[in-house]
Design a protein around this ligand. Structure first.
Ligand code: ZN
Ligand code: ZN
Length: 227
């Protein structure tokens, strides 16, 4: 996506890119790091994200230049061109190294893959993410943002507001409770997926890689280890 991103940025400004903030380590969000670093951008991430990216080996290994140069533990604020850019780490949600980026004056927030768009969200169950973490992070978004904030999801669909986040939270809670009840009743992953516990939330959802069955599988895999 590097060339497309550069073309889009070029329509706004011809100034050099000084900072790049990663929302989390998944390669669909960090695959352009090396190209941006070569242009001189300083890459920023949460401490955990860099740690995991640096530890990856084999096919997942990241080039040296792709690793963030600047990391933080709780929050970080950039003061830039009259803008205040607040970067914070929600408790483990989509992964355990998530960052959310809020442009306070513009009132625009990028939430990465913490739930906000109207697709079924991905949960990085192997990367420290969890259903309860996703719900908590979505609630926290609504305490830091305000009803006028333009919230940008990491995938698919338009800019959203609080009503879409509230819908996602309601969906998450209902599906979590149904899947948990099925796990307690001794149902297998296959049985739970086949029972279509998202059916009443499927209408009007955007597509993407996370189908209803895939989403239920992720919820099951997270909850079964907590049972
Ligand atoms: Zn992701
Ligand atoms: Zn993603």
């Amino acid at each position: 996506m590097h060339d497309k991103i550069m073309a889009a940025i070029g329509k706004i400004s011809n100034q050099p890119i000084r900072y790049l903030a990663n929302t989390h380590l998944h390669t669909d969000h960090t695959g352009g790091n090396e190209a941006m670093a070569k242009l001189g951008a300083t890459i920023i991430s949460h401490d955990n994200m860099r740690k995991e990216m640096a530890a990856a080996r084999g096919a997942n290994a990241a080039p040296m230049a792709a690793l963030p140069l600047l990391t933080y533990s709780d929050t970080l604020t950039l003061h830039f061109d009259g803008e205040e850019i607040y970067i914070y780490h929600p408790a483990p949600a989509h992964t355990d190294g998530d960052s959310i980026i809020y442009f306070r004056h513009a009132n625009v927030m990028h939430v990465g893959d913490v739930p906000s768009s109207l697709r079924y969200p991905n949960i990085g169950v192997a990367d420290g993410g969890s259903v309860d973490g996703m719900i908590a992070a979505a609630r926290q978004v609504m305490t830091i943002a305000n009803p006028q904030t333009k919230i940008i999801p990491g995938h698919l669909g338009p800019v959203v507001g609080f009503s879409e986040i509230q819908q996602q939270i309601a969906m998450f809670i209902a599906v979590r409770d149904r899947v948990m009840a099925a796990i307690r009743a001794g149902k297998t992953q296959q049985e739970v997926v086949a029972s279509k516990p998202t059916a009443d939330f499927d209408r009007g959802r955007l597509g993407g890689a996370i189908t209803p069955d895939r989403f239920v599988t992720l919820v099951y895999q997270d909850l079964v280890r907590k049972k």
